[in-house]
Design a protein around this ligand. Structure first.
Ligand SMILES: [Zn+2]
Length: 425
């Protein structure tokens, strides 16, 4: 396997990473235009463009006596806190917050969503999927595409658009354009916006609910899939729905934003994590850092510690060697929440592993003589390769572990979802 000479990504990283002739990945190259060559991005002009854009929508909504200037899709995480603070406090908009509740919540996530609504004093609209539907969809999509979280990607990327149509609020403000940050799918100058096509291709893995209903033997009903039907084109056009990403207009740094929302808004981090060193990201759902991410490892041989280490390396806060240590420590770990999913879905662990067997990437996985799956390679075998010293970025200090915020957990729950089952509210 080829690994990026600067970060820790493998050549099979999704979606669509590519390497240049110096062995540096597209994510690193996209990123360096924002950091190493700071002058190449005029953030002041971008911030002004954002202000102009939102003022136009604000004026239009207020002329209609609509109480909402924009919609912000939120989970309650650090990004949500930062987005809402920025949009409400700095840009002066009246946002309607919308949440798709996938029902796989952590107690910590519920506390943070409550904190967000209280601290920033916003109206929140929350769609809760039927818990039984959530489990049925996870079970079906696990077998189909090796993903237990299809429903919440589908819900998060559909409910805000449906709400925009229903409440006649055209502007949807998303936070980070994730694929650009991870693997460099888009250049900053693309000013990429939300599209139905990208939602379908990447978030929903190519499947609309209509497609699933037509599949022979699919046990899912129209009721199960109700939250995921996209509005009609004419309704979208009538309202003029448009989704922008804040990361195209302001510099996006998850770690700095986490520190800010902890100090200013009382955002609460996890105390520790099983599968990554990052304690401030993806705090709201039980599987994001556990089973969902473990499935990525079982399919492609890497996980969230790779994502998080790549991000820290690109910011110059972590060396590649430190990143590799974290990848080797965390990416293979079997998460505790797998047991919760097995209990809910009625699968045994062997059945669960059998479901995804055909999805293991042969570029990284092979069976050993005893029939056990083994990775053929890992980034630990690529520490001192030619080209690595040349690819190194200047460091801004030594990497320091993030200090957890004081826990607000009641004695009933632990912070990271352990010893808890799916939490509905
Ligand atoms: Zn890279």
């Amino acid at each position: 396997m080829q690994y990026c000479k600067r970060c820790v990504y493998p050549a099979n990283a999704k979606p669509g990473i590519i390497f240049d002739d110096q062995g540096i990945c597209s994510g690193c190259r996209t990123f360096e235009h924002k950091t190493v060559f700071k002058d190449s991005v005029d953030w002041i002009a971008r911030r002004e463009a954002l202000t102009d854009l939102v003022e136009e929508y604000k004026a239009r909504q207020r002329a209609k006596d609509n109480p909402y200037d924009c919609i912000i899709p939120v989970s309650g995480g650090k990004d949500s806190h930062y987005q809402v603070w920025l949009v409400k406090q700095k840009l002066g908009l009246n946002p309607l917050l919308v949440t798709y509740n996938h029902t796989y919540n952590t107690p910590l996530g519920i506390r943070n969503l409550t904190n967000l609504v209280e601290k920033l004093d916003c109206n929140l609209l929350r769609f809760t999927t039927a818990p039984g539907s959530a489990v049925r969809i996870s079970r079906y999509m696990l077998a189909k595409i090796g993903d237990v979280t299809w429903h919440y990607h589908a819900g998060i990327k559909t409910f805000p658009i449906r709400t925009a149509v229903q409440y006649d609020v055209p502007l949807i403000i998303w936070g980070e354009e994730g694929f650009s940050e991870l693997v460099g799918m888009h250049n900053l100058d693309d000013f990429v916006e939300f599209t139905k096509k990208k939602r379908q291709e990447h978030d929903m893995r190519g499947f609309e609910p209509e497609d699933l209903l037509e599949e022979p033997g699919c046990p899912l009903t129209r009721y199960d899939l109700a939250p995921f039907f996209y509005p009609a084109d004419e309704d979208i056009e009538w309202v003029g729905v448009r989704g922008i990403y804040l990361s195209n207009y302001i510099p996006w740094d998850g770690r700095l934003q986490a520190e800010f929302v902890i100090n200013e808004l009382g955002f609460e981090t996890a105390q520790s994590r099983e599968r990554t060193f990052n304690i401030y990201g993806k705090t709201d759902d039980i599987h994001a850092n556990g089973l969902h991410d473990y499935l990525k490892f079982l399919k492609f041989g890497y996980g969230r510690a790779t994502d998080d280490a790549a991000n820290e390396i690109r910011h110059g806060r972590m060396t590649r060697e430190q990143g590799i240590e974290f990848v080797l420590t965390y990416d293979h770990v079997r998460p505790y929440d797998l047991d919760i999913f097995l209990k809910k879905s009625g699968l045994t662990e062997a059945e669960f592993l059998g479901e995804i067997e055909s999805l293991r990437d042969p570029a990284i996985w092979e069976r050993d003589a005893a029939g056990q799956w083994r990775t053929k390679d890992n980034v630990g075998n690529h520490v001192n390769e030619p080209g690595v010293p040349e690819a190194r970025l200047p460091q801004v200090g030594n990497w320091q572990p993030f200090t957890p915020s004081p826990s607000k957990a009641s004695t009933r729950y632990q912070e990271d979802g352990r010893q808890s089952d799916y939490v509905l509210l």
